[in-house]
Design a protein around this ligand. Structure first.
Ligand code: GRF
Length: 196
């Protein structure tokens, strides 16, 4: 049975779908939900689902990323995850940290990578007058939002689309895509998932 740690910074809606998906014949189970934000709403949801939680607040470390990551690694070492899922985790991880879990960190990004790496993806898609948007699950490598794609889901951009309406549509697809990708990844199937 593969052990999965999920890193969050906020509400944890993706984390919740991942936790709820790991049942029955799924070859993975959640062993830790870890946040850099002590107020992350997802921590309560994780506890309600009986998942171990931990918090390493990044703020006391200021710009000292290495010191923050030296603390962040501790609950992960205790939980011994086989797979780490970043789910709305808003801190950039160093190449050294990523290297310790090389090839075993997944991330979900709210754009059709390689387009719109970084932030404000929906506003950028609207500004470019794209006809579609979406989300991508990828392996995390030292380069931000750049690793091999494990899955993508598309949504149309319609007349009068706003950032909020697009974000809501994409988030709903994230909730479908991420659990499907994790299930395959946990079975060592790397054939990418494309939705719809
Ligand atoms: C959302 O903007 C989502 O697109 C991105 O992280 C943000 C929060 O997600 N992946 P969550 O509700 O905390 O999973």
């Amino acid at each position: 049975m593969k052990r999965v740690a999920i890193l969050i910074s906020g509400g944890g809606s993706n984390m919740l779908r991942l936790v709820e998906s790991m049942t029955g014949d799924h070859s993975a189970r959640p062993v830790l939900v870890l946040s850099n934000n002590p107020k992350a709403g997802g921590l309560i949801k994780a506890q309600q689902h009986g998942v171990q939680v931990a918090v390493v607040d990044h703020r006391p470390f200021g710009k000292d990323r290495a010191a923050f990551e030296a603390e962040l690694i501790k609950p992960l070492q205790a939980a011994q995850p086989d797979i780490i899922c970043l789910a709305g985790f808003m801190r950039i991880l160093s190449a050294e940290f990523v290297a310790q879990f090389n090839g075993r960190i997944l991330n979900i990004h709210p754009s059709l990578l390689p387009k719109y790496k970084g932030l404000n993806t929906h506003a950028r898609a609207l500004a470019s007058e794209d006809s579609e948007a979406g989300c991508t699950v990828h392996l995390v490598t030292p380069v931000l939002d750049d690793g091999p794609i494990l899955g993508q889901a598309k949504v149309p951009i319609v007349e009068n689309e706003t950032v909020d309406s697009l974000a809501a549509k994409v988030l709903r697809m994230e909730h479908q895509l991420y659990p499907k990708v994790l299930k395959k990844f946990a079975q060592n199937e790397t054939q990418p998932v494309y939705l719809p």
